[in-house]
Write a protein that binds this ligand. Structure first.
Ligand code: UDX
Length: 434
């Protein structure tokens, strides 16, 4: 199939490259000239493991082209995927400006067989509104909702092996086109659920908000667990092994971040409010997650105080909102750093991938070129992102570099016994540490 993708953010770029990889003929358009120039040179502007390799394959097979121009190729496309950002407005409402800008750019190249597939996360009824917007311009196209569930850091695996594909479609022509696009998935028995447009749009919000709720809940249970001396890792596993609950997204940590969960909760809350419905749970999730960085900062300060450490130097290992990505948007690590910076703490950060962008997000953050340099003369090392390599650091070398030997593991990734054996004082989440 001939497919055009609009937008080369995480969702648009991964989807375009992977659709080309599975055999479609793809054109990926973005108005950002720099991004397109770098993609033409096979340089991926984001960090996503293995994506560069898949781009190489797609290019070798001549199945992907990048462009800044909306042109006649769009007219000849079987489908156009819209994958632009929908950030939140101050009210929490999703900002649909970029969606409508893209639709406006497409207008001259649409016809009655055009199928526009909205992959961006949009509130229910957006697809219908786009349809009416185009009809008012005498364009009877076909609008489809096809939300994306891929996670940064494991986007390729998520694209190739999704738990399900959700398709909101209300026209037979569009259904036949999208069925062809996803044919290789149905042949592999991956569930494809067809719904009406608005239900598909809502599924995306409900999924993200439900996952965020699980995390906020287990984080509050971790607070309790710490107080009563239970082990949150056992509690999560023992609870999650119940198949009705599931073990995923039950890992306690410094709070959820990223570009999706925080904004999608606000957008769902805004939608509910506009419809005179209370989703009280969302308020609790927002309160719990907003408080999380303050709880973490408090925990760090209490540990330092209990160990009589004055004017400490603190090392943050991990800046991105989770491992496997360079994304710093709404990163709990940065939120905690900002709180401690206000208390004039001496902080140094290190991240294997995201450091080059850190200064765009946070003022005056000193960063080190290596984790050992970051640990030099440090009084406390705080692990805030669960990078796999942090499990295998040279802790003997860290010990020699550090001043006070305190490790605070906000992701529970280290083995307490082996860290304590090396002479450190070890503190973690949701467990009594001493
Ligand atoms: C999320 C959704 O998972 C994905 O389906 C959607 O399309 C986009 O939003 P992503 O933002 O890449 O993906 O991150 P995700 O892996 O879901 O993690 C979100 C946040 O929750 C991170 O800050 C992560 O560290 C945190 N998290 C996740 C936990 O604290 N505990 C967990 O058990 C899981």
């Amino acid at each position: 199939m001939k497919i055009t993708f609009i937008g080369t953010g995480y969702v648009g770029l991964v989807s375009a490259i992977m659709m080309a990889y599975i055999g479609h003929e793809v054109t990926s358009i973005d108005i950002d000239k720099e991004k397109i120039a770098s993609l033409k040179n096979s340089i991926i502007p984001i960090y996503e493991p293995k994506l560069e390799e898949y781009l190489k394959i797609a290019k070798e097979q001549n199945r992907i082209k990048f462009s800044t121009e909306y042109d006649d190729k769009i007219f000849a496309s079987d489908a156009i995927f819209v994958c632009v950002g929908t950030p939140e407005l101050p009210s929490g409402e999703a900002n649909l400006e970029y969606i409508y800008n893209s639709i406006d750019c497409l207008i001259n190249f649409l016809h009655e067989k055009s199928v526009i597939i909205i992959k961006s996360t949009v509130p229910p009824s957006t697809c219908k509104k786009i349809d009416s917007y185009l009809k008012a311009k005498n364009l009877n196209c076909h609008i489809v909702s096809n939300p994306e569930f891929l996670r940064e850091g494991s986007a390729i695996e998520d694209f190739l092996n999704p738990d399900r594909v959700i398709i909101g479609v209300e026209s037979a022509h569009a259904k036949s086109i999208i069925a062809k696009i996803y044919e290789s998935f149905s042949l592999r028995n991956i569930p494809i659920l067809y719904t009406d447009l608005a239900s598909s749009e809502l599924i995306k919000y409900v999924s993200n908000c439900f996952l965020a709720t699980k995390i906020a809940f287990i984080n509050e249970i971790a607070n309790l667990s710490e107080k009563i001396g239970t082990n949150i890792e056992d509690v999560s596993l023992g609870t999650g092994l119940d198949r009705r609950i599931g073990i995923e997204f039950l890992k306690a940590g410094p709070g959820f971040g990223g570009s999706c969960f925080p904004k999608d909760i606000l957008a769902l809350k805004d939608l509910a409010k506009k419809n005179d419905v209370n989703i009280n749970i969302l308020d609790a999730v927002i309160i719990a997650n907003n408080k999380r960085p303050f709880d973490m900062a408090d925990k760090i300060l209490k540990i330092l105080e209990a160990n009589n450490i004055k004017d400490p130097k603190i090392t943050f290992l991990g800046l991105s909102f989770k491992s496997g990505t360079d994304d710093l948007r709404t990163s709990p690590s940065l939120e905690i750093i900002k709180i401690l910076q206000k208390k004039e703490m001496n902080i140094i950060g290190y991240d294997p991938i995201s450091m080059k962008y850190a200064r765009k997000f946070i003022d005056n953050l000193e960063c080190a070129d290596s984790y050992l340099e970051a640990c030099n003369n440090s009084d406390a090392v705080i692990i805030t992102t669960e990078w796999e390599e942090f499990k295998f650091l040279d802790f003997q070398a860290i010990y020699k570099k550090m001043n006070s030997k305190i490790i605070i593991d906000l992701r529970n990734i280290l083995d307490r016994d082996s860290i304590v054996k090396k002479g450190f004082k070890y503190f973690s989440i949701g467990r009594k540490d001493e």
